[in-house]
Write a protein that binds this ligand. Structure first.
Ligand code: DON
Length: 560
C-alpha cells in the first residue's frame, strides 16, 4: 500500500517536473545553435563540427528550418542577419522581400478606398518577392568556408527522410487547414490530417533544394525554379514576374549600434524597425533604476511601457525602406532625443496614446517568423530572424516546388491609419511602391560586454519582437538571470496603438495588474497567449555558452 502510494507520488512528481520549465539551458564549451526545431539545430551544429563557421551554419540552419518548420522556416520568404566576427567586425544583411514591379500604393483598396479584407494576407496577391535564397548565398559567398554542396546535402537528406510531427505542429496544422483550402486550388501536402508522431517527407522541396545545390543562387532567381515559381504565382492570380525574381538582390546594411550601461548593442537597421526601436526604448529607460524597481514590478512595467509607446509612435511615422525614405536614424536613437520624449511621462498616470504623436526631428542630420542564434567554435556569432510573415505565410503552397509563399506585403501600410495584422498603423514612409521593402519589426541582435561577445538574441512575434528582445536583454543585464531563465519569463508589450499593455496570461501578479489599472493602463491578456519565442545564447563568465530555447515552441539548443 505504502509502496504503491509512493509510486503514484513519484509518477505525479515526474509529470509535474517534466511540465515545469527548465531554468538553466543547455551549456556547451565552444559552439551552439538554438533554433525552432531540434533537427535544424543539429544540422547547423553538424556543419560546425565539420569545420564550418557560423555563416556556413546559417545556410544549413536556415534551409533546414525551411524543411522542418514550414510554419515559418522558408525559402519563400525573407529575413535579416546581424553578425559579429571573432575580430570584432560587425555587419548586417538584409534579405527582406520586396514589392513586385507591378505593385501600387492602393493595390489592397476597393473602388471606394477601403481595405479589402484578406487581400494582403491570404493567397497570391499577398506575396512579396522572396529573399531567403539570395540571403544565405550572400552570407556564404562573403564569409563561408565549406562548399555549398556539402552544406545543403544534409538538408536534402532530411527532406527526403522526413520530419516527425510534434504536438504543437499537429495543433497548428489543424488550425490553419481551412486557410490552406481557401488559398490553394489543390490539396497540399500539409493538408493530410497529420498527427503527432507521423513523418512528413518533403520530396518536392528536396528536388528544389537539389537544383539549388547544383546551380547555386541563380537557380531560384533565374533558373527553372524561377520560371516555375513566377508561373505558379501568376496562375493563382498574383503579379510576381520572372523579372521581379531576376532583379532581387540581398543588401549589406550598417547595423544599428548603441550603448546601454556597459553593454554595446548591435541590431538590425531599416528596412527593419527593430534596431532603431530597440535603441529608442533602451535609451529612454537607461536613466531609470530598473534593477531597484524589481523585475516585472509596477514601476518597471510603467517605464518600459511608456518608452515603448513613444518609440512605436515614431516607428509608425518615420520608418520605412531606407532606399525610398529618408530616416533620421542618428537623432532617433540619440540619448538627447529620447530623454526629451520621456519628459511627458509621469509615474502618477499613464500617458494616453491619443494625446501622443511622433516626436519632432531635425531632418538635416548627415545623413510567422523564426529566429536562430549561432556561435561557432571560432568565436563568430550570427543572429538571424527569418519569416514568411503569418503562420504558413499566404498559405499559398507550390506543390511542385514544395514550399509556402510569404504574405509579407501585409507589413506595408495598405492605407494610412488602418492597422495591419499586427495592429500596427503606418503612413507615407511605409506605403507600397514597386521594389520597395516593407517595414519589419525583426530584431536579430548581438550584445557585447567589455568589448567581448556577450549575447546573441532574437525572436518571432510580429510587432512584439522588439519588446521581447528588449525584455530578454534586461532580464540578463538588470535582473541577473541566466539565458534560459531570461527566456522563460512572462512578457508584456505596448505598441502605442492600440493603447493597451498586452500581457501573457497568468504571468503577472494581481497586485501589479491592479496597480497598473489604477494608474490608467488598459491591460489585454486575451489576445496574446504567447508574446515572442526567443532563441538566444549567452556567453557565461567562464567562457562557456548557455542556450535559451523558448519552451513556448519546440525550440532546442544543440552544441559542443
Ligand atoms: O517583419 C515583420 O515584422 C513580420 N513580418 C514578422 C512576422 C512574425 O514575427 C510572425 N511571427 N509570429
Amino acid at each position: 500500500m505504502r509502496k504503491s502510494a509512493l509510486f503514484i507520488f513519484s509518477i505525479l512528481l515526474l509529470i509535474n517536473c517534466t511540465q515545469q520549465k527548465v531554468e538553466v539551458g543547455v551549456i556547451t564549451d565552444k559552439a551552439m545553435v538554438v533554433s525552432a526545431r531540434e533537427e535544424a539545430s543539429k544540422i547547423g551544429v553538424a556543419i560546425l563540427q565539420k569545420g564550418g563557421n557560423a555563416f556556413d551554419a546559417m545556410m544549413a540552419t536556415e534551409l533546414a528550418l525551411a524543411v522542418s518548420f514550414p510554419y515559418a522556416g522558408n525559402i519563400g520568404g525573407g529575413g535579416f542577419m546581424v553578425y559579429r566576427k571573432n575580430t570584432g567586425e560587425i555587419g548586417a544583411l538584409d534579405y527582406r522581400e520586396k514589392a513586385p514591379l507591378a505593385a501600387t500604393k492602393d493595390m489592397y483598396l476597393d473602388s471606394i478606398g477601403n481595405v479589402i479584407e484578406g487581400k494582403s494576407t491570404l493567397g497570391s496577391m499577398a506575396v512579396g518577392v522572396p529573399g531567403t535564397v539570395a540571403g544565405v548565398f550572400a552570407a556564404h559567398q562573403k564569409f563561408g568556408k565549406l562548399s555549398v554542396e556539402e552544406i545543403i546535402q544534409p538538408v536534402i537528406d532530411l527532406a527526403k527522410k522526413g520530419v516527425i510531427v510534434t504536438q504543437k505542429q499537429e495543433d497548428r496544422l489543424k488550425k490553419h487547414t481551412p486557410a490552406f483550402r481557401k488559398a490553394n486550388k489543390e490539396t497540399i501536402l500539409l493538408d493530410n490530417n497529420w498527427k503527432k508522431g507521423d513523418t512528413i517527407k518533403y520530396n518536392a522541396l528536396a528536388e528544389t533544394l537539389s537544383r539549388i545545390q547544383k546551380n547555386g543562387r541563380d537557380e531560384f532567381y533565374k533558373g527553372e525554379t524561377a520560371k516555375k515559381l513566377a508561373l505558379f504565382i501568376q496562375d493563382n492570380g498574383g503579379i510576381i514576374t520572372e523579372e521581379d525574381l531576376a532583379k532581387y538582390e540581398a543588401k549589406w546594411r550598417d547595423p544599428i549600434t548603441f550603448t546601454y550601461d556597459d553593454l554595446k548593442i548591435i541590431s538590425m537597421a531599416p528596412p527593419s524597425s527593430g534596431g532603431i526601436c530597440l535603441a529608442q526604448i533602451m535609451k529612454a529607460i537607461e536613466p531609470y533604476d530598473l534593477h531597484s524597481f524589481g523585475h516585472n514590478s509596477t514601476k518597471a512595467i510603467q517605464v518600459i511601457t511608456e518608452a515603448e509607446r513613444r518609440a512605436y509612435a515614431d516607428r509608425s511615422h518615420f520608418l520605412g525602406d531606407p532606399d525610398f525614405v529618408k530616416i533620421p536614424r542618428n537623432t532617433l536613437i540619440s540619448k538627447e532625443y529620447n530623454t526629451e520624449r520621456m519628459k511627458s511621462f509621469s509615474f502618477e498616470k499613464a500617458t494616453s496614446s491619443s494625446e501622443l504623436s511622433h516626436g519632432t526631428v531635425d531632418f538635416n542630420e548627415s545623413t510567422e517568423t523564426t529566429h536562430y542564434s549561432i556561435v561557432d567554435q571560432y568565436g563568430n556569432a550570427v543572429s538571424v530572424t527569418t519569416t514568411i510573415n503569418a503562420a504558413f505565410g499566404s498559405k499559398l503552397y507550390s506543390s511542385e516546388l514544395g514550399f509556402f509563399l510569404n504574405n509579407e506585403m501585409d507589413d506595408f501600410s495598405s492605407k494610412p491609419g488602418v492597422p495591419n495584422m499586427f495592429g500596427l498603423v503606418g503612413a507615407e514612409a511605409n506605403k507600397i511602391e514597386p521594389e520597395k521593402r516593407m517595414l519589419s519589426s525583426m530584431t536579430p541582435t548581438i550584445v557585447e560586454k567589455e568589448g567581448k561577445l556577450f549575447m546573441v538574441v532574437g525572436t518571432p512575434g510580429g510587432s512584439t519582437i522588439i519588446t521581447s528582445v528588449l525584455q530578454t536583454i534586461l532580464n540578463v543585464h538588470e535582473y541577473d538571470m541566466g539565458m534560459q531563465a531570461a527566456v522563460n519569463q512572462p512578457r508584456f508589450h505596448h505598441q502605442w496603438l492600440p493603447d493597451d499593455i498586452k500581457m501573457e496570461p497568468k504571468g503577472f501578479s494581481e497586485k501589479v495588474k491592479t496597480n497598473l489599472q489604477n494608474l490608467g493602463y488598459a491591460l489585454d491578456e486575451t489576445n496574446s497567449p504567447v508574446i515572442g519565442k526567443v532563441d538566444a545564447i549567452l556567453v557565461l563568465p567562464n567562457g562557456k555558452l548557455e542556450g535559451g530555447a523558448d519552451h513556448r515552441g519546440d525550440d532546442t539548443a544543440v552544441g559542443f
